[in-house]
Design a protein around this ligand. Structure first.
Ligand SMILES: Cc1ncc(COP(=O)(O)O)c(C=O)c1O
Length: 367
């Protein structure tokens, strides 16, 4: 364990020693600016809210080295990652469960809830791919419309909870709308709703805000589960690392649905996450770039007379109601992948914030 820790330290120090710019060369990518390697791809991917800059330079180097240890199981690395995550969230190791992306956590929580039979409540419109197996699992889905400004209707969701409700899901910030719940309101919602059901808060995009996680509330609330991911801010969507934060007993109960909890991430992924947590400079840079490019995108969409919802994430939700051309054809013609219409009424769609260059190309494409 100690040897491996030292090895990780060496990898990190080596990475620091090389310096940020040399990392770009190491990653063998052209540079869009002095800071980020430009992960230039064809087509332009503005579909899945991925980070266009990541993985971080330190993570890339550490991942490459860790390939050599892929003949071994990653128990120790999982333990180390859990410790770092617990520290970051001010909880203990037994409050954390790792998943292969937060999708695994979403799946597990759905299965866990379904075992208790009944229903679960979520917003319409929100991130809902993980709910697709609900029919097969025998749990009913109850949806509550968003408010007119595309926020979670917390009062409405509280009302929708009935005696059969086993879980209520809040995506904060919400995907696809980018809206965020006001903290005080969310805290009081959690307090009330968790008296009746599990409150499951998905903080996949909270890293893009300066808001505090609700993870500090889990220790006093057995019915609160938080899920987070390394896929977005940390640029590790393909590495598949996510986690749950909950009371030790809740973590134990969810973990019981798995034969080998915490073993679904690879050695390379664990190393990526461990190293990424140490690369604060990269996170700051992603944060400020996202803000700058998002501001540009919203300004340009607004100039095109397209209504945008203020976004607290790395994507923008906007209406195609005033758009005269065939939006999807325009994207296709310019080899850009966007996503679908989420709400027919208002023709609301979402675009991921890529690099500045990508967003300039996107704006040109739809002009
Ligand atoms: C709100 C939200 N939660 C969870 C996920 C799942 O991400 P991952 O499984 O990569 O952690 C996504 C992916 O887009 C998402 O938007």
């Amino acid at each position: 364990m100690n040897n491996r820790r030292n090895w990780l330290k060496q990898v990190s120090l080596g990475a620091v020693g090389l310096g940020f710019c040399q990392f770009e060369a190491f990653a063998n990518t052209s540079t869009e600016n002095d800071i980020f390697p430009d992960v230039e791809k064809s087509p332009i991917l503005l579909r899945s809210n991925e980070n266009p800059y990541g993985p971080s330079p330190l993570a890339r180097a550490a991942m490459q080295k860790s390939i050599n240890t892929s003949n071994r199981y990653g128990w120790d690395l999982s333990d180390e990652l859990i410790s770092l995550i617990a520290k970051k969230n001010n909880v203990s190791n037994n409050n954390i469960l790792l998943g292969a992306g937060s999708t695994e956590i979403l799946d597990l929580v759905l299965q866990y809830t379904a075992l208790q039979k009944g229903n679960f409540v979520l917003a319409e419109t929100t991130f809902n791919y993980w709910t697709f197996p609900s029919d097969k699992l025998g749990i009913k889905k109850i949806t509550v419309p968003l408010t007119s400004d595309k926020k979670h209707d917390l009062a409405g969701m509280l009302k929708a909870i009935d005696t059969d409700t086993k879980m209520v899901y809040i995506c904060n910030p919400n995907n696809p709308t980018g809206t965020i719940c006001e903290r005080e309101q969310l805290v009081s919602f959690v307090k009330e709703a968790s008296k009746k059901a599990i409150v499951f808060v998905d903080e996949a995009y909270l890293d893009f805000t300066k808001e505090e996680s609700l993870s500090n509330l889990v220790l006093e609330n057995k019915n609160l589960i938080i899920t987070k991911t390394f896929s977005k801010m940390y640029g590790l969507a393909g590495a598949r690392i996510g986690y749950a934060v909950a009371t030790a007993s809740t973590i134990e109960e969810i973990s019981a649905l798995k034969s080998s909890p915490n073993l679904s991430i690879s050695v390379v992924s664990a190393v990526a996450a461990i190293t990424s947590l140490k690369d604060e400079k990269f996170i700051e840079q992603v944060h400020s770039s996202n803000e700058e490019v998002k501001k540009y995108t919203i300004e340009q969409l607004t100039k095109l007379n397209l209504t945008c919802i203020p976004s607290h994430a790395n994507f923008v939700y906007f209406s195609l109601d005033n758009y005269k051309k065939d939006y999807f054809k325009q994207l296709e013609n310019h080899n850009i992948q966007g996503t679908k219409i989420y709400e027919e009424n208002g023709k609301w769609t979402r675009i991921t914030i890529g690099t500045m260059k990508e967003m300039q190309q996107f704006i040109e494409a739809i002009k």
